[in-house]
Design a protein around this ligand. Sequence first.
Ligand code: NDP
Length: 420
Amino acid sequence: MARLLVIGCGGVAQVAIQKCCQNHKTFEEIIIASRTLSKCDDLKAKIEATDCPVKITTAGVNADDKEDIVKLITKFKPDAVLNVALPYQDLTIMDACLECKVDYIDTANYEPEDTDDPKWREVYEKRCQEKGFTAYFDYSWQWAYEEKFKEAGITALLGTGFDPGVTSVFVAYAKKHYFDQIDTVDILDCNGGDHGYPFATNFNPEINLREVSANGSYMENGKWVETKPMEIKREYDFPKVGKKDMYLLHHEEIEALGRNFPEIKRIRFFMTFGQSYLTHMKCLENVGMLSTVPVEHDGHLIVPIQFLKTLLPDPASLGPRTVGKTNIGCIFTGKKDGKDKTLYIYNVCDHQECYRELGSQAISYTTGVPAMIGTALVVEGIWKKPGVFTTDEFDPDPYMDMLNKYGLPWVVDENPVLVP
Ligand code: NDP
């Protein structure tokens, strides 16, 4: 039975924590620590009203401050730390885990809050030149902890959300059970949900808008090919959702899969967007509202994208009003027993069913469930080995079983329509 420290108490954390409570054979105590203590206390009250046997404790923490996290870990002595705050905090939380020799789990790879920081910028510019993609986030910062985690005998499991996370497990599963050789992977993320607002993001607006407004890229024959934002558009008829426009984006699992499965000749990632979302985003970008660079307003320094976040609906509040389904999965081509083979593995998740079960919309749900699963596999010792890993580096079978058990059942289609 494990004691878990969860850092962050937003949309994803609320699902992950409630799912840990459903898995009370693994988790006996959860310490919920975040910047706004009242959110942690509200969630504790909600869980305690359900007769959940898991002990819940709450605390405030500034996860940008390593010493603050170390104090928390020293006080509560958790077996593992699940970071579902923001990618900005990944390195401080990893540093604290290292100091205290505690396993670390997250759902998104590191990116800096201040992209104008000259120290970070120097490393970034070098990486852009060497690797050929310009996204602000990449795995190099966290992979750099590999030796330190090995020496400390602790595990870091990176990116156990849906994408990355489940999508990478789908690749490992396809390779283990269906292919001798995978040639191409297309990761398709479709949100067919409608929340009724003219514009809102389904998870943290700052992280979401940064990702979507950046250049796209994909990997071909081991090299990055970069595109302009939204340059490559395709239409796809998603099972249980219908026809949607989708656009090629840079996405973090491409980097890890490219490293761990060098045989794959092409890896692409597509996400669906409606025209209204794209028009709003372009307009906000054109007027400077997506900028992370502080500007002076009435004698105060404000960061435009953070101010925009204040104006937009809280993603955690979209649950009651969002209807429709998500469909996220991977389409593979390759070879089995010398013959050509295609395969599609996907999950369909219904926004309203998630809301009825946990009070959340499907984007937080599809991220929070795999966050719990990855954490459970680490604390149970099934996915535990010293070093820094992504989810495609372990046996996929126990993870796939838990997806079925904890609300994200998957479908295997051996005759899918391919993406042109
Ligand atoms: P939210 O903004 O809803 O929640 C973030 C939480 O972290 C909030 O509770 C916030 O506190 C807290 N937090 C932020 N900064 C600090 C800090 N310095 N110290 C302590 N707590 C802090 O985000 P989401 O729940 O939507 O997303 C959580 C994570 O999941 C993100 O890293 C996101 O990128 C990732 N994600 C991954 C996906 C995947 O499929 N892999 C998909 C979707 C999201 P406060 O309440 O005070 O704001």
